[in-house]
Design a protein. Structure first.
Length: 67
């Protein structure tokens, strides 16, 4: 096993690959969270969809009460 030394810091190849794996996982998580936030923001800004959803929920509630 070769150890690279740079300015009094020893970096093992195993540690480097572990950090790379963690970085990939964090990047995937960040991309997922940002896409969810973007989707939620779109839904909140789209007032016609909010109104349609409220009307659908209201009609479902009325249908249940009538039965």
């Amino acid at each position: 096993m070769t150890i690279k030394t740079t300015k009094q810091i020893e970096i093992l190849p195993i540690a480097v690959s572990t950090y790379q794996k963690v970085a990939v996982r964090l990047n995937k998580a960040l991309c997922f969270v940002s896409s969810v936030v973007l989707a939620e923001r779109f839904v909140l800004r789209n007032s016609s969809e909010r109104k349609a959803r409220k009307m659908a929920l209201w009609s479902d509630t009325q249908a249940r009460q009538d039965s």
